[in-house]
Design a binder for this molecule. Structure first.
Ligand SMILES: *[C@@H]1O[C@H](CO)[C@@H](O)[C@H](O)[C@H]1NC(C)=O
Ligand SMILES: *[C@@H]1O[C@H](CO)[C@@H](O)[C@H](O)[C@H]1NC(C)=O
Ligand SMILES: *[C@@H]1O[C@H](CO)[C@@H](O)[C@H](O)[C@H]1NC(C)=O
Ligand SMILES: *[C@@H]1O[C@H](CO)[C@@H](O)[C@H](O)[C@H]1NC(C)=O
Length: 664
């Protein structure tokens, strides 16, 4: 797709060896010399043998349930633009154990980063319970706060992952770039910080950015800096030593910033550059997020050398009333092929995905549409489900996501930040906050033609240990069936459900519009649902996180299927998020209902119908932990039995390590 590879005209941005102009970060940061070692997991679980005695079919506990229930062209060396006079507030992340009344993120001019709670009494967490919350196979730093995924890329045999990181505490603030590498997107080695806040143009934070790999293999990193005056500007960085597969050292371009907010754009509404793509005229384009009044927009810039840019006089796209667009992403998907596409791919058989993270509601929305290079527009296939008002990547907790093209396996991979949904005080007590979701491959759903399919990268399968299989288990209306697994905190579950045909025909029609979030969760019984699994339940079902389908029969007889996760009874603690998540999931004629769930301690990721609808939740049980965590099947429908086939794997733990040269 790079028909015109005039490689010599691309950068080299500056002399990477001229360290007087671009001092290296190596050795000057807090963690570089001190390898991080992840504490050994306190694994694991007491097998409750009595529980195992229950054969699936005999131990049918009936939980029967009583009654009912342009323009600006920035000159890279331009000086003297007037920046805002906003004050910069320094916060000491560890000084307080109470959530502040106004968020540090918002006061610093970015989105709300902490979980908004909620009232409720603070739960007294003991360290044993908190320790359990750390995951076995999700990406997380050794300690402290993490947020957005940054600049993911594949280089010389290694996957690189950078992330927004606070080296000083478990709350947002003092943001720099963490860095880790992996051969398989699963086993990670922590590396020294890639970039710290050591320049006036990023002294209030080295914020989110993206990588672009040029045809000759050069890596360009564009990121947002929050200046000494809290103005959002775009900066250029590149590896100091391109021959180092680990890309340990990064150089910031001497001409930074390369972009400043144009007239008409607030200095705090200008952030998160995307990966650039190549045009047929041999230029690179990139977008970033902004807003004008309440219209969320993506500004478009064109460059030949990544040092000087021209703002195109149109926005790529904008949607009224969606507010600030953060972390925009723009990429092609193939309408016919199985593989992912390089970000520069275009032409016949290609659609483009535009994604925005809405600052106003903290959710990631995407839409499929058509990109017109000449007109510099992207037009949604269906304006009713335009970006920001239609489909979400995930209906639970999933934000600030970013994709990259993986040339190694010819796929597009999606990373998403999964924040905590407990209290900030609890995060401070446990010493860390946030996870990254399991990386997901993203493809166009050829069957529906209206959505993407997201699925855990295949490498996740390599973590599967012993499996248990259950075929055609009948679960009658109103029952709960225990599933004998011994490590219920680390599971990969694949399940299929069939409703009884006669029951389906017989079931009463209803004109009530169902919605997961407005329902009372798995306790809301309908004719044809809910049914699914009770995740992280204790023996008494006092704590449980149901992940389930709910089928609604409309007055014209049509069935609509919903996929939900009910956190309302996930924990005895009151100061944690207990929303009921979910949405409609397309089910085509002749398809069974299918579901995959990854359980990894405090994170539960659900994928329905091959990844058409996804829900990620963070749950914080107090009893259903370690050896006391249980797994159940349930059917709380009133008028149908369901036949279920399942395969359940216990998942191994991945130790995270500092990189050592003998791993090469
Ligand atoms: C099924 O619904 C009943 C009545 O609303 C409720 O008490 C019960 O907890 C529900 N079962 C599950 C597994 O959610
Ligand atoms: C921010 O840095 C710029 C460039 O060094 C400098 O001109 C300006 O005075 C600084 N502003 C403040 C508030 O220190
Ligand atoms: C933004 O809102 C202001 C105040 O309502 C209005 O005067 C202005 O024209 C709006 N700007 C745009 C680009 O719509
Ligand atoms: C049936 O009703 C639903 C919901 O009201 C509507 O979306 C759907 O288009 C209708 N289907 C037919 C075949 O009329």
């Amino acid at each position: 797709m790079f028909s015109n590879t005039r490689t010599n005209q691309f950068l080299p941005v500056s002399n990477p060896d001229d360290s007087s102009k671009a001092p290296l970060l190596n050795g000057s940061h807090p963690v570089g010399d001190e390898p991080i070692r992840r504490l050994p997991r306190k694994e694991l679980l007491v097998v409750v043998s009595g529980f195992l005695m229950f054969a699936l079919f005999v131990a049918l506990i009936v939980a029967n349930v009583g009654s009912n229930e342009n323009h600006v062209q920035n000159n890279a060396n331009e000086k003297g633009f007037i920046l805002s006079s906003s004050t910069t507030e320094k916060t000491t992340p560890t000084e307080t154990l109470r959530p502040p009344t106004s968020s540090r993120g918002v006061s610093a001019g970015v989105s709300e980063k902490a979980n908004q709670i909620l009232g409720g009494e603070s739960y007294r967490w003991d360290n044993n319970v908190l320790s359990w919350q750390r995951t076995a196979f999700h990406f997380q730093p050794e300690k402290n706060w993490m947020n957005d995924p940054n600049g993911p890329l594949f280089y010389k045999g290694w996957y690189h992952f950078f992330y927004q990181y606070n080296p000083n505490g478990a709350m947002w603030g003092d943001i720099v770039w963490g860095h880790a590498v992996s051969k398989d997107l699963i086993h990670w080695f922590h590396l020294p910080l890639a970039m710290v806040a050591d320049r006036w143009y990023d002294s209030n934070g080295v914020w989110t950015g993206s990588a672009t790999i040029l045809p000759d293999g050069q890596i360009i990193m564009l990121y947002t800096g929050s200046t000494n005056e809290s103005v959002q500007v775009q900066n250029l960085a590149y590896p100091k030593d391109p021959s180092d597969p680990l890309l340990v050292n990064w150089v910031k371009y001497e001409g930074n910033p390369v972009l400043v907010p144009p007239p008409g754009i607030d200095v705090k509404d200008f952030r998160d550059p995307t990966t650039a793509w190549y045009t047929s005229e041999g230029k690179w384009r990139m977008i970033l997020g902004s807003k004008i009044n309440k219209t969320g927009i993506s500004l478009v810039y064109e460059t030949e050398d990544f040092k000087s840019y021209k703002q195109l006089d149109k926005v790529l796209h904008g949607v009224p009333n969606t507010g600030m667009w953060e972390c925009v992403d723009f990429y092609p998907v193939s309408l016919t092929g199985e593989n992912g596409l390089d970000t520069s791919a275009n032409g016949l058989g290609v659609k483009h995905v535009l994604k925005t993270s809405l600052d106003d509601d903290k959710n990631d929305y995407y839409a499929l549409g058509t990109y017109d290079e000449k007109a510099v527009t992207w037009v949604p296939d269906d304006p009713r489900i335009d970006v920001g008002i239609g489909i979400r990547y995930d209906y639970g907790i999933f934000y600030a996501s970013k994709t990259f093209y993986d040339p190694n396996k010819k796929r597009r991979v999606l990373w998403g930040w999964i924040k905590e949904s407990d209290s900030e005080a609890a995060d401070v007590q446990k010493g860390w906050a946030s996870l990254q979701g399991v990386p997901r491959t993203v493809v166009f759903d050829k069957k529906t033609g209206t959505n993407l399919l997201q699925w855990p990268v295949e490498e996740v399968d390599s973590l599967r240990l012993s499996s248990k299989e259950f075929n055609r288990v009948e679960v009658t209306a109103g029952s709960v069936v225990p599933l004998p697994v011994s490590m219920a905190s680390q599971l990969d579950i694949v399940a299929e459900f069939e409703l009884d045909k006669k029951d389906l025909e017989r079931a009463a029609e209803s004109n009530i519009e169902f919605s997961c979030s407005a329902s009372s969760g798995s306790a809301e019984r309908g004719a044809l649902g809910p049914f699914g699994l009770l995740i992280l339940a204790d023996e008494s079902l006092m704590e449980q996180t149901p992940v389930y389908f709910y089928v609604a029969k409309g007055t014209n007889g049509t069935l609509r299927t919903f996929f939900c996760t009910d956190q309302s009874r996930s924990s005895k603690a009151t100061d944690v998020n207990k929303e009921i998540f979910g949405n409609y999931v397309p089910v085509l004629e002749g398809e069974k209902l299918s579901l995959r769930i990854l359980v990894d301690h405090s994170i539960v990721e659900g994928f329905a119908q091959g990844g058409r609808t996804c829900i990620t939740s963070r749950v914080y049980p107090t009893r259903a932990i370690y050896g006391d965590a249980r797994l159940f099947l349930f059917n709380n429908a009133t008028e149908t039995k369901v036949t279920t086939s399942l395969k359940i794997w216990e998942m191994s733990s991945v130790p995270m390590k500092p990189y050592m040269s003998n791993h090469l």
